[in-house]
Ligand binder design. Structure first.
Ligand SMILES: [Fe+2]
Length: 197
């Protein structure tokens, strides 16, 4: 059915939801505003000879970002990015010697690059030392054991659930929680503002 003002107002009169506006048919298009497809593809395939000047990279000297206490004793973080589409967070995470992580579950995968220090997962013999990359799949429940102080660059692709010793939920670490903690510590000045927070 062709959408006309008449049919739209009839629909509105009957209490239906507003109808979307239909696109023009090819023969109705203005060739000035809608150049032929071959012409559009031709310009898209033009050689790229310079940088994009309508966008800018965000560069942060991490030394300028204060450490904020992470929701686990003996740990601190620097919030480097929040992906507003997925809720993923990118952080630097410092873990002091002797810090004990609780049993936790990653609702989204986690990735980490261990810059220095050594730690391991309970029940797994392999230690994670400097320059190790770690991938933790979504849904994994594990218990890291710290062998020395460590620093890692990490990306959490979803929230983390921490458990008490009885197995009940102690807390959930989300992007919003990390943002709120960092903001209260004046450690988000390098990040874009977030709507509603
Ligand atoms: Fe983990």
């Amino acid at each position: 059915m062709t959408l006309t003002d008449e049919t739209r107002s009839e629909s509105a009169r009957r209490g239906h939801l507003a109808q979307p506006t239909a696109p023009k048919r090819p023969e109705e298009l203005d060739p000035q505003q809608n150049p032929p497809v071959a012409e559009v593809f031709g310009s898209a395939a033009a050689p790229v000879t310079g940088p994009t000047n309508s966008l800018a990279s965000r560069v942060v000297n991490c030394d300028d970002v204060p450490w904020t206490p992470f929701p686990m004793p003996g740990t601190s973080f620097k919030l480097l990015n929040i992906n507003e589409t997925t809720g993923a967070t990118t952080i630097l995470l410092y873990v002091a010697e002797g810090a004990e992580a609780p049993l936790h579950c990653h609702l989204g995968a986690a990735e980490a690059y261990n810059i220095f220090g050594t730690w391991a997962y309970e029940g797994e013999a392999k230690a994670i030392g400097p320059n190790c990359y770690v991938y933790e799949p979504a849904g994994i429940v594990h218990l890291p054991k710290q062998e020395s102080e460590s620093l890692m660059f990490g990306v959490f692709h979803g929230p983390i659930i921490g458990y008490n010793e009885t197995g009940s939920v102690a807390g959930v670490i989300t992007a919003d929680l990390l943002w709120d903690l960092a903001k209260a510590n004046n450690a988000v000045g390098h990040l874009p503002p977030r709507t509603g927070r």
